[in-house]
Ligand binder design. Structure first.
Ligand SMILES: Cc1cc2nc3c(=O)[nH]c(=O)nc-3n(C[C@H](O)[C@H](O)[C@H](O)COP(=O)(O)O)c2cc1C
Length: 224
């Protein structure tokens, strides 16, 4: 099982440790796991070049290419972020902005529908549920076939302050999630919402030629 991990923060706090707790439960070979941080990525400049002319024309392509290649080669995509003001970190959102061309409305990677996504967030008190929903939603729009969420309330400002009781509870949850994913691996089928969305997009690409590149992509895949 190949795993790509994207950390929405550079520091190794509660979020990083919860993600690693979960990785330990998944028990995959080190060489099958690639980890990335998103902090160095410049903000999207809104040039639309990725959509209209191709992703290689993005002025920041060299900052994101390696992680996108790993995501597209992975069976499981894990994305984490601390909850900041009831949302994901700004740097993670910046990464997601650069993935707009991979939305189902443009050029979703054909392998995505067989993949498993995991959205992880920690919060001191409130918001991790919302943050994992936001991360999961991004993966849904990439066409990821099955997405799990793992929100954790740590009641702390850092990993050392998190109580043993809460750590044990999180560990049990991580173990259950890992088991579910091991079972699901190789059996992912997109749900009804994803299939409906694909149908709508198919009609759109048949009828509208707003991006010749997108239309060609859908034709090349044999989808229209
Ligand atoms: C800028 C900032 C914003 C935060 N916003 C919230 C928040 O909206 N709700 C909350 O309960 N905790 C909030 N927190 C606390 C963190 O979500 C919490 O401590 C989290 O576990 C930090 O993860 P980390 O150790 O990986 O950085 C915030 C912390 C920071 C630094």
């Amino acid at each position: 099982m190949k795993i790509a991990v994207l950390h929405g923060q550079l520091h190794k706090g509660s979020t990083y440790h919860i993600t690693h707790m979960f990785l330990d439960k998944l028990n995959c070979a080190k060489e099958d796991t690639s980890e990335f941080y998103v902090n160095h990525i410049n903000s999207c400049v809104g040039c639309f070049q990725c959509v209209m002319k191709g992703e290689d024309t993005c002025p920041h392509r060299s900052q994101i290419e390696e992680m996108i290649t790993a995501i597209e080669a992975a069976d499981v995509i894990i994305i984490d972020s601390p909850t900041y003001v009831l949302s994901m970190s700004g740097q993670l959102k910046t990464f997601f902005d650069h993935m707009g061309y991979r939305y189902i409305s443009h050029r979703p990677h054909p392998s995505m529908k067989k993949k498993i996504g995991v959205a992880i967030s920690t919060t001191a008190g409130a918001g991790a549920d919302k943050t994992t929903k936001q991360i999961a939603s991004q993966m849904f729009w990439w066409s990821v076939g099955k997405i799990y969420r793992f929100p954790v309330t740590v009641a702390a400002m850092n990993w050392n302050e998190m109580s043993e009781k809460r750590k044990t509870k999180a560990e049990r949850k991580a173990a259950r999630l890992a088991k579910a994913i091991q079972h699901k691996h190789g059996r992912v089928k997109p749900g009804i919402k994803a299939r409906f969305m694909f149908f709508i997009m198919k009609q759109m690409h048949k009828d509208m030629d707003y991006s010749p590149l997108d239309m060609k992509f859908w034709k090349d895949q044999g989808w229209i």
